[in-house]
Write a protein that binds this ligand. Structure first.
Ligand code: ADP
Ligand code: G6P
Length: 486
């Protein structure tokens, strides 16, 4: 009998909210983990009243640290060996699922051994969840790295209420069907009572895949599956709900931060250090091929070359957080982007007037808020993105009424932010025109747009998102204790 303390609310995500970094001198430091999932869930959990546990990886290979407390939150590190990191995280999660779920922008790689490892690690997460979940607890599982966990948890613990939220897009069945393990993945997901997606289209894509691959029936947001007589994962009949619950940011917290005298002063300092240009264009992304950074650079480079904008008046700052650096597609992307930045600067910058400032670094929230204040035009141009929190952070930080947001129509954010300067990043000529329009429009027009955008984010913040998700979970068709998959 384990003496493990148990919790009524358990989160499972590939990453813990913090990563452990080991410095060359052997000293260690915990830093906020990268990405939108952690940004959002960290905000939700900071406002959480009762105790909760978060099961996740601590950001480095080898033995996991002992569980520890972070405020009211109990962190349960799950170990990953170097080989598991390479097969489960870099391989199946980020070289198979990530490109497949993002419109096949780069070709997904299919390796049977990677999937075997993915299954093993998902089982490890499921076992850790079952260990810390109290009788009848709510379990909230996150993202594409843990799609088998819902059924694996249900098989052991039919008493639990299980939710899963997908932070990234769910692909159309025509793409999803390429996955050799498509039926196993869907059966894994159907272990959840409630499945949340960023957009109605993602929820529909999931329902269509369940129909096409498993022969499930769907009505509204309900998915019913008759089960299978094969004793494999998730074999029992299931009735679940799948709906859109778009994620957001801690709008009041971020606004307060952006409003602080320190951030305001830092914003002035940044503008000055850039040579106080008339127009600052900004891009802030993880260095990921889904973010459309190459397309953005191509458009900006041409605008400088055409003479539509001049480095004497306009400068572009691109902040790119290092990401998944051992995956080939990410290494190639970095080389391409750095080559493009070098070429543009070599061709059009002159002393004292740099066209493109490129920072391959990660910054704290204060620095981010200061950068947003400096940006006259924010460029959010992904080729595909589940939501994109940067767009929401930007409009929240610019509560002075200034600024302009250029937003790709291929982001989840575009559905909620119709007042943005909308663009198709594949259309370089169109993108150039949109950037110019965002620079040149009258201040009154820009203010009108920003007002609408800010209102939307204020009304639908991260707390609303979490409440909506948990309400969906509470109202899901399967009652705890019923519908186990054995
Ligand atoms: P993704 O989850 O794909 O990385 P999002 O835009 O949804 O994309 O979320 C990214 C989060 O990471 C945002 O909160 C953003 O402010 C933060 N972020 C992005 N780039 C940096 C950076 N260079 N330094 C620090 N934080 C960053
Ligand atoms: C996206 C994904 C998250 C992931 C984050 C950072 O936001 O949805 O699941 O944590 O990117 O990526 P990484 O691979 O560094 O965890």
């Amino acid at each position: 009998m384990s003496s493990q303390q148990t919790y009524d609310f358990v989160i499972a995500a590939n990453r813990l909210p913090v990563d452990r970094h080991v410095h060359p001198d052997g000293s260690t430091e915990w830093r906020t983990a990268p990405g939108g999932l952690v940004t959002a869930m960290d905000s939700v959990m900071r406002g959480w009243e009762s105790g909760a546990a978060w099961v996740g990886w601590a950001g480095f290979p080898g033995e996991a640290p002992e569980p520890f407390d972070d405020g009211k939150l109990r962190l349960h590190p799950v170990p990953l060996s170097g080989k598991e990191l390479s097969d489960y995280y870099e391989g199946f999660s980020n070289d198979t699922l990530w490109p497949l779920y993002h419109d096949v922008i780069v070709a997904p790689t299919f390796h049977r051994s990677w999937f075997t490892c993915y299954r093993t690690i998902n089982q490890r997460f499921a076992d850790a969840v079952c260990e810390v979940a109290a009788e009848g607890a709510q379990v909230w599982i996150h993202d594409y790295q843990l799609q088998l966990v819902p059924a694996m948890v249900r098989d052991q613990r039919p008493d639990l209420r299980i939710g899963w939220f997908n932070h990234i897009p769910f692909p159309p069945v025509e793409l999803f069907a390429q996955l050799p393990w498509r039926a196993t993945v869907l059966r894994g997901l159907l272990g959840a009572d409630f499945l949340g997606f960023q957009r109605p289209d993602d929820a529909r894509n999931f329902a269509r895949s369940c129909r096409a691959v498993l022969g499930a029936t769907t009505k509204g947001d309900k998915v019913e599956w008759a089960g299978a007589d094969d004793g494999r994962l998730g074999a029992a009949p299931r009735t679940v709900r799948a709906a859109a619950v778009p994620i957001s940011i801690d709008a009041s917290g971020f606004r307060e931060l952006a409003d602080s005298p320190e951030v305001q002063a830092r914003a002035e300092e940044i503008r000055e250090s850039l040579g106080d240009p008339d127009v600052v264009l900004l891009g802030v992304d993880r260095l990921d091929y889904t973010k459309g950074i190459r397309h953005r650079l191509r458009a900006i480079g041409e605008l400088f070359e055409d003479g539509e904008i001049s480095p004497d008046q306009v400068t572009f700052v691109q902040v790119a957080t290092p990401s998944r650096e051992r995956v080939e597609a990410y290494r190639t992307l970095r080389e391409q982007i750095e080559g493009m930045v070098g070429r543009i600067n070599g061709d059009v910058s002159h002393l004292g007037a740099t066209a493109v400032h490129y920072l391959h670094q990660s910054y704290g929230r204060e620095e981010m808020a200061a950068l947003f204040q400096v940006a006259d035009v924010m460029l959010v141009t992904p080729l595909r993105d589940g939501m994109n929190l940067v767009a929401k952070e930007y409009v929240t930080a610019r509560h002075d009424g200034g600024g302009a947001l250029v937003l790709s129509e291929f982001t989840g954010a575009a559905e909620e932010m119709p007042q943005a300067y909308r663009c198709n990043p594949h259309d370089i000529a169109g993108l150039k025109e949109t950037i110019l329009q965002a620079i040149r429009d009258e201040p009154a027009e820009k203010e009108r747009r920003m007002r609408g955008l800010r209102r939307r984010v204020r009304k639908h913040d991260v707390q609303t998102w979490a409440q909506d998700f948990l309400a969906g979970l509470a109202a899901a068709p399967e009652k705890p204790g019923r519908g186990g998959s054995k």
